[in-house]
Design a protein around this ligand. Structure first.
Ligand code: HMG
Ligand code: MG
Length: 292
């Protein structure tokens, strides 16, 4: 039996949302085209959030519509973050393939990130999930701050599992656990995964690691040993969350792919083409910074 792991590329969304400089839509579109050519088969392309909260992604419509044809050619799935019904409407109007709602296991982060309590956020997601499913679109549910919150400090595995259960109760199809700050040790990741395995089998959970402290690869190894088979990555390791000050980008998709290959798990990625995509976006960011 051939062993495989899947990688969802979140660079165009998580990678670009936290940059002071705004990358032009045409460069975002080119980036996604290069990622498609590199074999990425699921790409989180943008966010249909308030442009006042995240101006970097105010061009969500232009970007999603701009890459739809290339994604069809490659048979790839394009997803986007939606915080509420307004976001869902905008995303569906552009033919999104999958949407992601997002909350956290800590109240402080949820308030600052989406201006709601955890309970309010889940209530807000109910009609979003219903509307997405009515349109035949699957829903990912993110739980952020699975180890530590930038405002409330350490987060318990029980709190993570509780938020995960609430997301599943409103009908999300996929659970994605976000280590938003990139500070976790492999032991901390193991503790939270072991607790969440009681909520959802680990083979069906996605792990979303940031890499501020350079420990994300160790965390991947431990997660794979425990049965996780799906990860998020960001080409070039770009990014971070504007509401998680000091946190660095996601684990680089290149590093993730190498780590998974070393563990004996194949992915769909062409490494040379991925390096080209990463090089392109790093240069585009440098140009945007220089121009802005
Ligand atoms: P709010 O200000 O409470 O919203 O923000 P509101 O409903 O009161 O609306 C205020 C204004 O925003 C209104 O416009 C709405 O129409 C507009 P006005 O009447 O003032 O002109 N608005 C929208 N416009 C466009 N699209 C929408 C939308 N919704 C409202 N969807 C809200 C609440 C949730 C909208 C806001 O807090 C928000 O957009 N937050 C998003 C923050 C964000 O994107 N954070 C980063 C992503 S999460 C993350 O990075 C973590 C993750 O990577 C996992 C991990 O690492 O852990 C996923
Ligand atoms: Mg993130």
């Amino acid at each position: 039996m051939s062993a495989a792991c899947s990688i969802c590329e979140v660079g165009p969304r998580d990678g670009l949302q936290n940059e002071r400089a705004i990358v032009p839509a045409r460069d975002k579109i080119r980036f996604v085209e290069l990622l498609l050519a590199a074999g990425l088969r699921e790409i989180e392309v943008t966010s249909f959030v308030s442009p006042k909260w995240v101006p970097q992604l105010a061009d969500a419509e232009e970007v999603l519509l701009g890459v739809a044809g290339a994604a069809r050619t490659h048979g790839a799935l394009l997803s986007a973050l939606v915080p509420n019904e307004k976001g869902l409407e905008r995303a569906l109007a552009c033919g999104v393939g999958k949407v992601a709602v997002f909350t956290a296991a800590s109240e402080g982060f949820t308030r600052r990130n989406i201006n709601a309590s955890i309970a309010e956020s889940i209530a807000r997601f109910e009609p979003v999930v219903r509307g997405a499913h009515a349109a035949g679109v699957a829903v990912r549910g993110y739980v952020s701050c699975i180890v530590r919150c930038p405002y409330d400090g350490p987060v318990s595995p029980d709190a993570v599992a509780e938020t995960a259960e609430r997301l599943l109760a409103v009908g999300v199809d996929e659970l994605d656990l976000g280590e938003t700050l990139g500070v976790a040790t492999a032991d901390e990741i193991a503790q939270v995964l072991e607790r969440c395995a009681r909520v959802r089998p680990l083979g069906e959970i996605v792990l979303h690691l940031h890499d501020t402290q350079g420990r994300a690869r160790e965390c991947v190894r431990r997660a794979v040993a425990l049965g996780v088979r799906a990860f998020d990555g960001s080409a070039g390791g770009i990014g971070g969350c504007p509401y998680a000050p000091g946190a660095a980008g996601n684990i680089a998709t290149e590093a993730l792919d190498r780590e998974l290959a070393a563990l004996g798990y194949a992915t769909s990625i062409d490494r040379g083409a991925l390096a080209e995509a990463a090089g392109f976006i790093v240069s585009a960011l440098a140009a945007a910074r220089a121009g802005g």
